[in-house]
Design a protein around this ligand. Structure first.
Ligand SMILES: Cc1ncc(C[n+]2csc(CCOP(=O)(O)OP(=O)(O)O)c2C)c(N)n1
Ligand SMILES: [Mg+2]
Length: 571
């Protein structure tokens, strides 16, 4: 006869939930399985007895759940939990996990385990799948993408295990951690009915840059004629936007962005050169690569041999990449939050902001910026009436209907050079590993973290189909998270067409009538998919209709609190 599971006394599951809530895990984005039975039981007990637990949100795809935790963190800086079903749920979460890992986003990913006993406990195996759902090494599925993985064992203090997981996840470089919970352990009685409190702040203080090394950088920058700062994510730390603005402005140090995933400088900052171009790299005599994984594309460009190159970041060598061969004269491990003001202080002792060098450079940059602006306007003018709609025009239209309260989550296709983005929350771009299907979930997480903000997700037609649209639209309605989705629909995978063109510029595929592997036609009526969850959808083909349709969609999102989708037929 099996032992009776605990009905009234405290179980490990109760303590687990209370400990999470006490540690600031407000949400659990969960896609459950048979392994989650003890948690379902504990949640009801907790609600009846006034206990504490994160709010559980049912998310009908693991990738979406991962992306929700990801988006939530980007907007709030607060780590959350994702719950999945043993090995199979873990497999489905893996792409989202890679996105979090390479974007340095901490997430507590919790997976059940198939019951480890065949008999002898109420938690023992009761369905066929429990045999095949046990892996020899379940943690091995995720080990390359997480900073820590562990299985909670019988008799262990659950709070200590959670604390260890959270400490590791939030310590820079941040990243996901993986905890497995066997059903037998969760159902076991736990004598301590209240979770042990947490005494100190989470994680370790990030490494500080070496002062001597910063002095060296300041010396090089002070004597540079054409210095250049390249970044992709410095602005992920909101204070960095002001600090970098001040450093760049004071000493006329231009900033270009390569693979920017956030706002690093306000768009109209005089030193913001926008997207990096090859000639900027080739012309510079000192380059500071600041919080940037991929500063340029090596097969295409690179600094001159005498150019001094500095890489600065928490891990300036990006050891997560097996190969990364960007040259440098100095690599400095340290947090940019400290490094930027430190550099500004030291640079002030070498270079006066009123010096002739700085004044001349400022003048030159002002001139170059006005030429750049004129060119951008010319490009925009040409795109304005093109059919099918040009993504440049779409970017400008999205900009036109956005304001300081807008959060843009972009997976594929926006041209930020045609937009004005000024705040830390104005833009979040998909992770560098590019596991498609991220942005709908990330947008939902962003909206949950900042319900007062207006969230717009912009993604390609390919990305939309990767993003589990039915689960995502379902969550938007079920959890009251209305947002606007804009699909840049070119009926295919333009990225693949570009790759073929790049590798075989004179090849057969590029001149064939229909290139293989790139077409997604007939294109589905995505505007109807959102209707299935009570949303509003519209398709736009005429560039003149774009702004009015986007405005109408926003109106529905903001006043009716209904999600909306605009399917933009693009070239
Ligand atoms: C999970 C995943 N599978 C496949 C790819 C390879 N891939 C990169 S871009 C791309 C096409 C994206 O299509 P879409 O969103 O329509 O953007 P477009 O290329 O048309 O601009 C694909 C399939 C990927 N990055 N991630
Ligand atoms: Mg496409």
């Amino acid at each position: 006869m099996a032992k009776k599971t605990e009905l009234n006394g405290a179980t490990v599951a109760d303590t687990f939930l209370a400990a999470l809530a006490d540690r600031g895990i407000d949400y659990a984005f969960v896609n459950a399985g048979t392994d989650w039975a003890p948690v379902a039981e504990a949640l009801v007990k907790i609600s009846e007895t006034g206990g504490r637990a994160p709010k559980f949100i049912n998310v009908p795809h693991e990738n979406t759940a991962m992306a929700m935790a990801h988006g939530y963190y980007l907007v709030s800086g607060k780590m959350q939990m994702v719950g999945v079903h043993n090995n199979v749920g873990t497999a489905n979460a893996l792409c989202g996990l890679m996105n979090a890992s390479h974007d340095h986003v901490p997430v507590l990913l919790v997976a059940g385990r198939a019951p480890i006993t065949e008999q002898g406990s109420d938690a023992s195996r009761e369905v066929l799948v429990h045999w095949a759902q046990e892996n020899y090494d379940q943690g091995g599925i995720v080990r390359e993408q997480v900073k820590w993985d562990y299985e909670l064992r019988a008799g262990q203090e659950v709070e200590d295990i959670i604390d260890r997981a959270l400490d590791i996840a939030v310590t820079a470089p941040e990243g996901p951690v993986y905890l497995m919970l066997p059903r037998e352990v969760l159902t076991a009685a736990n004598s301590g009915s209240t979770a042990k409190p947490r005494r100190r702040v989470f994680g370790a203080v990030p490494p500080q840059p070496n002062e001597e090394a910063i002095k060296e950088v300041a010396k090089w920058l002070a004597s540079a004629k054409n210095p250049l700062i390249i970044t992709s994510v410095a602005g992920r730390i909101p204070e960095n936007i002001d600090n970098l603005s001040s450093l760049a402005e004071k000493f006329a140090l231009p900033v270009a962005q390569h693979g920017a995933r956030c706002v690093n400088l306000p768009s109209r900052h005089p030193m913001n050169l926008g997207t990096l171009t090859d000639d900027m790299v080739e012309r510079a005599d000192v380059i500071l690569v600041l919080d940037c994984e991929i500063p340029w594309i090596r097969r295409q460009t690179g600094p001159a041999p005498e150019t001094k190159v500095i890489h600065l970041g928490i891990d300036p060598l990006y050891q997560e990449f097996p190969i990364r061969g960007f040259e440098d004269d100095l690599a400095i491990a340290g947090g940019s939050l400290t490094a930027i003001p430190m550099l500004q202080d030291v640079l002030s002792t070498h270079l006066s902001e009123d010096s002739l060098t700085v004044a001349a450079r400022r003048q030159e940059i002002v001139q170059a910026q006005s030429e750049r602006q004129a060119l951008l306007e010319e490009i925009l003018e040409k795109s304005r009436s093109q059919v099918p709609i040009n993504p440049v025009w779409l970017s400008a239209c999205i900009d036109a209907v956005s304001d300081d309260n807008t959060v843009i989550v972009n997976e594929v296709g926006l041209n930020v050079n045609h937009m004005e983005l000024n705040h830390p929350w104005s833009l979040f771009v998909g992770p560098p590993v590019g596991g498609l299907g991220w942005s709908l979930g990330a947008g939902l997480g962003a909206k949950l973290a900042a319900p007062e903000k207006d969230v717009i997700v912009v993604l390609g037609d390919g990305a939309y189909m990767f993003a589990n649209p039915t689960p995502s639209h379902y969550v938007a309605t079920a959890e009251n998270l209305p947002m606007l989705t804009v699909v840049i629909n070119n009926s295919g995978w333009e990225a693949i067409r570009r790759a073929v063109q790049s590798v075989y510029p004179n090849g057969r595929a590029i001149s064939s009538n229909r290139m293989p592997l790139v077409h997604l036609d007939p294109s589905p009526a995505f505007e109807k998919v959102v209707e299935a969850s009570g949303g509003w959808g519209e398709r736009v083909t005429d560039p003149e209709d774009l702004i009015p349709t986007l405005k109408r969609a926003w109106e529905i999102v903001k006043t009716e609190k209904r999600q909306a989708l605009v399917n933009v037929i693009c070239g």
